[in-house]
Design a protein around this ligand. Structure first.
Ligand SMILES: *Cc1c(COP(=O)(O)O)cnc(C)c1O
Length: 452
């Protein structure tokens, strides 16, 4: 069977990112200062981010031009391929047509360089010398390290201790790109030392690593902070995914009836679906849009839509989002990029408006889907991406049951070449499902900040 890839010439990389804020029927709730509970202004964020990114964070412009030097870097792997999953369709014996947009072709292996590159670029333009950030499994850290190398910035990465010890290859990748990688908690920051004095053997967490990275940026005027998901400007940069896909689906002479993506902080999902939601809002399309999250960390399907902190250490502004509580420690599923207590405020907002749906998938079902996909399509997906695949397969099997044609599109956010340990564990029968941790979530939600 012939492989079908819908190719666009490189000149068709979008000229501008798409900002759905311009088309929303109702504006988003503003972020609040945790002390005054008043909406924060651009100046409150200035110690952490360059003004160009802060202005994108609050922009109402529909189109924001992609700078030439950023498009030049994008051109190394963009437009990313859109494939028709013909062999997967055959394996499922479904009448549905299945397409996937593959972001694993970037040098770092995921969608994350789509925002790492412009973040490094705008910082360089603003005179920043160094970027600090956190990373869990290392996907974000390696993307930012690469982007910093391209634009001549230093890069400081706080890597969650347990990953630092267990995932040496991602660390080696960051160091190869010239980044300096520190296991978190570390003795280099007050927040790190505070944790270590209490728990000298701490495994670390994303929440602690964020506190360390933010502290370093707040204390040094030459250092800014970079985040790999959740924020509006990050989701904006990712819209190159959906903008390209709309053109590629036109080349395929097809139109998706249902669009799916996995959601951790929400950035790859938003990147694919926001341009489609914009078309839905204008009545140009009617696609159902579905976020797929892990059952063990189900912020959209089980969380509360309310103001909460973005980090465990409570250094960030309060944002309105679907949250399981900022002190919630998600179970140790292997999709590290989906272990976040909250959701991007923009994704939460379109969920609240009823523009998208959400569903959840258990860890073992996600891996089973990923392996079925790998055997059919030859790409070994990241454990995070397996959730989107499981959601797409579910839809394809419903189409089969109903005997109905349906066009399914999903985002394949990255490859799993650095995650083979999790596939080894799955094949050895060592992975387990986690029930929704109801009591821990209830406890974490009891600690929500009071706005009264
Ligand atoms: C980081 C990551 C995710 C989760 O982050 P989002 O912001 O929700 O996209 C998903 N897939 C891959 C491959 C990742 O690296």
């Amino acid at each position: 069977m012939e492989t079908i890839q819908y190719n666009l010439p490189q000149t068709r990389i979008p000229q501008a990112w798409y900002n759905i804020a311009a088309d929303l029927p109702k504006p988003m709730a503003p972020p609040l200062h945790p002390g005054t509970l008043q909406p924060i202004g651009p100046d409150d964020l200035a110690p952490l981010f360059p003004m160009a990114l802060i202005l994108q964070e609050i922009s109402q412009e529909r189109e924001i031009e992609i700078p030439g030097p950023v498009r030049q870097v994008y051109a190394q792997w963009r437009p990313a391929p859109l494939f028709r999953a013909r062999r997967l369709e055959q394996a499922l014996d479904t009448p549905a047509r299945i397409y996937y947009k593959y972001e694993g072709v970037s040098p770092a292996g995921s969608h994350k360089p789509n925002t790492a590159v412009p973040q490094a670029y705008y910082n360089k333009m603003a005179g920043t010398k160094r970027l600090s950030t956190e990373t869990g499994a290392g996907q974000w850290g390696s993307s930012l390290a690469m982007a910093c190398a391209f634009f001549g910035l230093e890069c400081k990465v706080f890597m969650v201790r347990v990953s630092y010890d267990q995932k040496p290859y991602r660390r080696a990748m960051m160091e190869t790109f010239g980044a300096s990688v520190t296991a978190s908690p570390s003795i280099e920051t007050e927040s790190g030392r505070a944790i270590l004095s209490q728990h000298p053997d701490s495994n670390g967490s994303l929440g602690i690593a964020i506190s360390e990275a933010v502290e370093v940026a707040a204390k040094d005027p030459d250092t800014k902070y970079a985040l790999g998901s959740v924020l509006n400007h990050v989701l904006l940069h990712q819209t190159v995914i959906g903008l390209e896909t709309i053109e590629q689906m036109a080349l395929a002479d097809d139109e998706p009836d249902v669009i799916l993506g996995c959601t951790g902080g929400g950035s790859n999902f938003a990147g694919l679906v926001m341009p489609y939601l914009g078309r839905n809002l204008k009545g140009l399309s009617h696609a159902r849009v579905i976020a797929v999250e892990p059952s063990a960390c189900p912020s959209l399907t089980k969380g509360r839509f309310t103001y909460d902190f973005g980090d465990t250490g409570h250094l960030t502004p309060l944002v309105k989002m679907h949250t399981l509580g900022s002190t919630f420690m998600p179970p140790g599923i292997h999709a590290g990029g989906l272990r976040y207590h909250g959701m991007a405020p923009l994704v939460s907002h379109v969920m609240d408006l009823g523009l998208i749906e959400a569903t959840s998938v258990q860890q073992l079902d996600a891996f089973a889907a990923g392996i079925q996909f790998a055997r059919a399509e030859g790409i070994i997906p990241a454990p995070e991406s397996n959730h989107a695949i499981a959601g797409a397969i579910r839809e394809a099997l419903v189409a089969k049951q109903e005997g109905k044609q349906k066009t399914i599109l999903f985002g394949l956010s990255g490859h799993g070449h650095f995650d083979m340990q999790s596939y080894i564990a799955y094949q050895a029968g060592q992975l387990e499902n986690y029930d929704y941790p109801e009591e821990e979530v209830a406890m974490a939600l009891a600690g929500l900040p009071s706005l009264g």
